[in-house]
Design a protein around this ligand. Structure first.
Ligand code: HEM
Length: 272
């Protein structure tokens, strides 16, 4: 009887590398076929950006990273924080002194808030000084302004939550400042403090604004902001020899289409 040809069997068996590739690619293909998500992520990661972008262009992503750190540490703090005037201060003390690594998470959230706001201002300064707010990116600037306002409100509402003397009196100052605004000022002050003085209601309101309303608005605005960054592309620095966007491959204008809405004209095109 002839012995089985082991050499041929080994040669035709799928190589281990191939098997591994199959195992890794199967779920990726599964997801792509059903959602197109993988193609979308590939487009996002490998899209073209001007060749002369530099460190200044990383400030937007740095701001995004700071926001994500705030979101993650905030969720952990919310596991242990109690938004009730009788136990808020104690729960913060517990997080800081007793909870494993609680001091680190709280410290990251507290300092991270300043980092987030500072990065937002630096990013905005970059956009302003590079003239990146000009056509066709005006809408992204407007969304940015809303992000800035929401970011600062998030800081203001978070400051009351430790419910200690600093938190209380800083909030009194903030609310009184708001109260001096024309027309809506007094209403706003009354609403936020929950009476003529800061009451227990104020803590619940600030907690709800800090945990639900403002983060929700921030996430929505950030998604819109990033969508526009991807759709419009990142602008070149003002000193770029290629005047921002001039060498982009634009599709030919649509017949009868309104230029400016459907066919953004690159800055510097047609000798302008
Ligand atoms: C939560 C806050 C913010 C996040 C996470 C964020 C994120 C980003 C990212 C990742 C980019 C693309 C990379 C870059 O140019 O750095 C970008 C671009 C841009 N951002 Fe922001 N941003 C924020 C706040 C702001 C603010 C406050 C403004 C202005 C008021 C602003 C205006 C713009 C504009 C106009 C662009 C387009 C710049 C270009 O194409 O060169 N952003 N942002």
């Amino acid at each position: 009887m002839a012995l089985p040809d082991r050499g041929a069997a080994i040669a035709t068996a799928p190589k281990r590398g191939e098997q591994l590739k199959h195992v890794v690619l199967y779920p990726v293909d599964w997801l792509e076929e059903r959602s197109g998500l993988v193609g979308g992520i590939k487009y996002f990661l490998f899209r073209k950006v001007p060749r002369d972008t530099g460190w200044f262009h990383t400030l937007g992503s740095a701001t995004l990273t700071a926001f994500l750190v705030q979101a993650i540490t905030g969720v952990v703090l919310a596991f242990y924080y109690k938004p009730d005037p009788d136990s808020a201060y104690q729960s913060i003390q517990f997080i800081t002194n007793d909870l494993t690594l609680g001091w680190l998470v709280r410290g990251m959230h507290k300092w991270g808030a300043s980092v987030f706001i500072i990065l937002m201002f630096l990013h905005m300064a970059r956009v302003f000084l590079f003239g990146a707010y000009k056509y066709p990116r005006e809408l992204n600037w407007i969304i940015g302004v809303l992000l800035l306002a929401m970011g600062m409100l998030e800081g203001f509402t978070g400051y009351l939550l430790p419910w200690d003397q600093t938190a209380y009196w800083a909030t009194v100052v903030g609310i009184n400042l708001n109260g001096t605004a024309p027309v809506i000022g007094p209403f706003l002050a009354q609403f936020l403090s929950g009476g003529s003085e800061i009451s227990a209601d104020a803590l619940s309101k600030f907690y709800s604004l800090h945990m639900l309303v403002i983060p929700g608005a921030l996430i929505g605005l950030i998604l819109l902001h990033l969508y526009l960054v991807i759709r419009l592309g990142v602008s070149s620095p003002p000193w770029s020899p290629e005047a921002a966007g001039r060498d982009r491959d634009e599709p030919p204008p649509r017949k009868g289409g309104r230029r400016g809405l459907t066919q953004p004209k690159p800055r510097g095109a047609n000798g302008e």
